[in-house]
Design a protein around this ligand. Structure first.
Ligand code: HEC
Length: 83
């Protein structure tokens, strides 16, 4: 029998618990729940665009050094080539 490595989902947020999770957990659930994130599938450029939109229109702050690991996390776990 073989099992595919499945990333563990954090029960309190619904988000995959993997590198970058802590940043998304702390930065991305202040205005809305993690389920908005989980239900999206975007490529890297579109994740960045989404962040820019929230920064320009919704009052999201600059993520600074956290942006890179956050975008990497989002693209890896909620990207278009992954289901
Ligand atoms: C300052 C407030 C704020 C923060 C912080 C925030 N968002 Fe948002 N976000 C919004 C608003 C407002 C909406 C649109 C309203 C809604 O759909 O509830 C939204 C919508 C979304 C959506 C759904 C868009 C759609 O088309 O349905 C996603 C995905 C998302 N945010 C991801 C993130 C991620 C990832 C982060 C962390 C980097 C984040 N948000 C942090 C305000 C914020």
């Amino acid at each position: 029998m073989s099992f595919k490595a499945v990333a563990e989902v954090d029960a309190s947020t619904g988000l995959v618990n993997a590198p970058g999770f802590e940043f998304v957990k702390s930065q991305c659930r202040i205005c809305h729940s993690g389920s908005l994130i989980v239900s999206q599938r975007l490529g890297e450029k579109d994740w960045v665009r989404m962040i820019r939109w929230m920064q320009e229109e919704q009052g999201l702050w600059s993520l600074g050094d956290l942006e890179e690991p956050i975008v990497r996390y989002l693209t890896k776990h909620y990207g278009i080539s992954k289901n």
